[in-house]
Design a protein. Structure first.
Length: 180
């Protein structure tokens, strides 16, 4: 009887224990109990990006729940900032897209970000994007308060590739010149 109680207690104690991967790139299903995590990347210019994710208990999938970006102390190249002005189309592999117009006007309430306005159709997945800034050889997309929504790097073919935080996680996206 006592052995059965001890065995039951040990099973219950171990049932709450689990480990999970800290890699956001992992396709493995997160272990139960692996709830929230934060990933931080530091860049050579002193900039830092932070992404927070959490396991959705109904699907077991890791979902991005927030993030932020600090550009650092290296000034953005005026030539690259000027090259980014105008219309761009953000799209993903699910045929969702958003045409954005990048302006040189500062985004109120978001230090360092410039205005990105919708210039045509915008899928709901990308509708929170209101700002942009140059970061190294890439582009950071923000919401109206300056919170990180996406990070993209140059693909050496005139476009930028990366991820954007959506309610379904961070899908791979492409930012291409043009649009309405």
């Amino acid at each position: 009887m006592i052995r059965a109680l001890l065995a039951s207690a040990a099973i219950l104690a171990l049932a709450g224990c689990s480990t999970g991967s800290l890699s956001m790139a992992s396709n493995a299903t997160p272990a139960p109990g692996s709830f929230g995590q934060t990933q931080q990347t530091t860049y050579s210019n002193g900039g830092v990006s932070t992404t927070t994710s959490q396991v959705d208990p109904s699907t077991g999938q890791r979902v991005v729940t927030g993030g932020s970006f600090s550009v650092g102390n290296a000034p953005a190249s005026p030539a690259m900032t000027n090259a980014m002005l105008g219309n761009w189309t953000l799209s993903d592999s699910y045929a969702r897209s958003c045409t954005l117009s990048f302006a040189i006007t500062p985004l109120g309430g978001a230090t360092g970000a410039l205005q990105a306005s919708k210039a045509g159709f915008c899928s709901n997945e990308f509708s929170a994007i209101s700002g942009w800034m140059v970061a190294g050889n890439g582009v950071v997309l923000t919401d109206g308060s300056g919170q990180l929504r996406g990070q993209l790097i140059a693909d050496n073919a005139g476009a930028y590739v990366g991820t954007v935080n959506t309610m379904f996680g961070p899908p791979t996206v492409k930012l291409s010149r043009g649009g309405v």
